[in-house]
Ligand binder design. Structure first.
Ligand code: SF4
Length: 304
C-alpha cells in the first residue's frame, strides 16, 4: 500500500540517505494524496506540495517500511482529507498495529462510531485544531467549524480517555499570547493536552510567526498545565513580551522546551532549521548542548 513517510523516518531506517542531527523517536507516516481537500492555508499539502511545515514526505510502500517500525517508540499516522481516506487509514492502522502497540493517529473530525474503531488500533489521538482562536481558524481556511472541532475534541476525550488526546496548536498564526494561553487552558480543562507547534512559513500564504521568547513563555505555561498548575497567577504581563512575575513551580523548566506531544513524539526540526533557533527541542541531549542560551531565554521570561 502506498503511503508517505517523513524524510527523517526514512533516513532513520536507512531507506533514504540523509544526515540526521537528531533522529525521530516516532515513525511519522502520512496518507498519500495529490492535494489535501482540507485547504489549510499554512500547510503545503493544500497546495499540492510534498511538505508539512519544514518536513518533506517521500512516497514509499508500507510493506517495505512495516518491519522497520519496531525500532521506534511510537508510530503516528497523519491523515488527510480525500475520497476514501477513512477506509484507507483503517487499513494502514491495522497493518501498523500488527507490529506496534504504541500508535497515534492525527485527524480531523469523524463520527464517534469511527473513533471507537480507532481506539482499538491506537492508544493516543492527535487533533489538528492548529488555530488557537476562532478568528485565526477562519483566516487559515480550516475545514469544518470551530464548534465542530470543540465537540469532536470532547468526543475524543470520552472515547480515548483523559490525557490521551493531544490537540495540535500552532503559535504564530497571528494570535496573541493571550489567545494561545486561553485555548490551552480550555483544552486542559476538557481533559486534553496540547502539542505545541511554532509556525514556519513554507506556503504562499504568510502568517506573522512568533519570536523565541514568546514561544518559551508558552512552552512554560503549557508545562504548568501538564503538571496541574494554573500559570495565570504567576504572569506579570502578556504584552509586548510575555513574562512571569515569579517562576512557576514546575519540576524542571528545561523540560518545558522539549517537543510536546504523545509519548515518544519528538518531531526533530519540524518547525525549525537545525541551525536554529530551536523552538521545540527533540532531545535532552540537544537541550544540554545549548543549555546556556536556553537558560538565558527562560530567565528573560521569568521562568528561572
Ligand atoms: S503529538 Fe506527535 S505522535 Fe501525537 S498525533 Fe501529534 S504528531 Fe502524532
Amino acid at each position: 500500500m502506498r503511503v508517505r513517510a517523513s524524510i527523517g523516518t526514512l533516513a532513520a531506517v536507512g531507506i533514504l540517505d540523509a544526515r540526521l542531527d537528531d533522529a525521530p523517536t516516532t515513525a511519522y507516516l502520512l496518507q498519500d494524496c495529490e492535494r489535501c481537500l482540507a485547504r489549510c492555508a499554512f500547510c503545503g499539502l493544500s497546495y499540492g506540495m510534498d511538505r508539512i511545515a519544514r518536513v518533506t514526505w517521500p512516497r514509499t510502500e508500507l510493506e517495505v517500511l512495516l518491519p522497520e517500525l519496531r525500532r521506534f517508540q511510537r508510530v503516528c499516522l497523519q491523515t488527510v482529507l480525500k475520497r476514501g481516506w477513512v477506509e484507507e487509514a483503517t487499513r494502514i492502522l491495522e497493518a501498523v498495529h500488527s507490529v506496534s502497540r504504541h500508535v497515534s493517529i492525527a485527524l480531523t473530525p469523524v463520527p464517534k462510531s469511527y473513533l471507537r474503531n480507532l481506539a482499538e488500533l491506537c492508544d493516543f489521538v492527535g487533533v489538528g485544531l492548529d488555530a488557537p482562536s476562532p478568528a485565526s481558524f477562519r483566516r487559515c481556511g480550516k475545514p469544518f467549524t470551530w464548534s465542530t472541532y470543540m465537540k469532536f475534541i470532547e468526543s475524543c476525550a470520552e472515547v480515548f480517555g483523559k490525557g490521551a488526546v493531544y490537540v495540535h496548536i500552532i503559535a504564530g498564526l497571528g494570535d496573541s499570547v493571550a489567545d494561545v494561553l486561553r485555548v490551552m487552558k480550555r483544552l486542559y480543562s476538557m481533559g486534553c493536552r496540547v502539542a505545541l507547534f511554532s509556525y514556519v512559513a513554507t506556503t504562499p500564504a504568510r502568517f506573522p510567526g512568533i519570536d523565541v521568547l514568546s514561544y518559551r513563555f508558552l512552552q512554560v505555561a503549557r508545562q504548568c498545565l501538564e503538571e496541574g498548575i494554573d500559570p495565570e497567577p504567576y504572569v506579570e504581563r502578556l504584552e509586548p513580551t510575555p513574562r512571569f512575575r515569579r517562576a512557576p513551580p514546575i519540576s524542571n523548566p528545561l523540560m518545558a522546551v522539549l517537543t510536546s506531544g504523545c509519548p515518544g513524539c519528538n518531531r526533530p526540526f519540524y518547525n525549525e532549521s537545525p541551525r536554529g533557533p530551536i523552538m521545540n527541542f527533540p532531545s535532552l541531549r540537544m537541550v544540554e548542548r545549548l543549555r546556556e542560551s536556553v537558560e538565558r531565554e527562560l530567565e528573560l521570561v521569568g521562568a528561572l
